[in-house]
Design a protein around this ligand. Sequence first.
Ligand code: NAD
Length: 435
Amino acid sequence: MSDAAATLAARLAGTPTVGVIGLGYVGLPLAVAFAESGATVIGVDLDARRVASVRAGASFVEDISAATLAAVVRTGRIVATDDVAALKDADAIVICVPTPLSKSREPDISFIVAAADGVASVIRPGQLVVLESTTYPGTTQEVLRPRLEARGLRVGEDVFLAFSPERIDPGNTHWTLRDIPKVVGGVTPLCRELAAALYARFAREVVPVSSPETAEMVKLYENTFRSVNIALVNELAIMCRRLGISVWEVIHAASTKPFGFMAFYPGPGLGGHCLPSDPSYLSWKMRLAGYEPRFIAFADEINRQMPTYVVGLVADALNDRGRALRGARILVLGVAYKANVADTRDSPALEIITALAAKGARVEYHDPNVPELTIGDLALRSVAWPADLRAHDVVLILTAHAGYDWATIVRDAPLVVDTRNATAGVPPAAHVIRL
Ligand SMILES: NC(=O)c1ccc[n+]([C@@H]2O[C@H](COP(=O)([O-])OP(=O)(O)OC[C@H]3O[C@@H](n4cnc5c(N)ncnc54)[C@H](O)[C@@H]3O)[C@@H](O)[C@H]2O)c1
């Protein structure tokens, strides 16, 4: 082990300084976990509002309470800045920047490139760099490594580089950052060992894999697995409706099989920063390698048609009652992409509301976590709650946030279209249409 590695290993086992680039849904909880493990954290974000929020101890991520953040900020365990130069003294630097798709649905790794350039501008011997952003296999070796080596540093001897995918599930209080095993792939075995030591500070289990490419692929496989299975169950919902069978009853009964089955649930479409985008990172990479992945494309096609399918359900439900979408007053419940979060990125609610409004419906929404919503030219505000449900033609449940009294909603709304089986606990009624 080189002197640089030995010194770093000792620092990581003691009270290291950890830099976190990107203080979002992934970076902020990670920064707090490191801070609570006794590290000093320097958080870097280009977004001045997020930097100011962290400095004020005001959390913008549901999984981190204001009290938790304020406690680590007050004791100086977390400092926030927009200047990457602050990372020159960090022992480890973890990159958690976005990885969206471009308009043509190709990987947009410009945030990773910018963050890597920033790291390269401060890198010095004895530092560990870990990429956490979800990305295609090869990114760590092809994008980060050359930038560090261009500074005359040898990866594996002077500086250390690894990939460790973030696997958190925002809003999930059962499986938290500490409970989810941390997969780590290093450019060299020593890189992996040092990265594993970094995460062992808070993670109950670290799962070492043989390379960064393997770790990158693990994350894409996990999210492709979810996307494909959600597409399968979405199609099952479409098939069940045609046959007059409840898809929810089918899933419930199938779930009693003690082996070889895992329940997935249909819904109005995929949303969030991950599932709608991540599989396309793999497709893109495979196309470059001369292989056209079929499952990913097919799942994407089915999942992406779900918002249109839901609009059709609403139109049919109104039509059966002699009403048109045009002029109908529709109250959407829940616009975040999933329950108990405030994240509306790529939420199917955006497409559904846009389509309903384009057909002349008068759309309002309520979401306890999303006070305002702008979709193109449409600027909406969450209505006061409890709302006058009797005054609406349809209540459309898109996200089953906790806190709604479903029995009252079913009692008062003239027509309910429920895409989440939120009303499962209420006896079936002719005016409640479930996906
Ligand atoms: N959100 C999730 O549930 C989740 C779960 C697992 C993995 N991921 C992956 O983690 C990554 C981050 O996702 P997120 O949801 O936290 O994104 P986010 O948009 O919430 O946060 C990213 C932050 O990075 C900042 N940023 C961008 N470029 C920067 C730069 N060069 N320097 C400093 N800051 C910069 C942005 O201002 C933003 O605050 C993505 O690759 C995503 O796919 C997300």
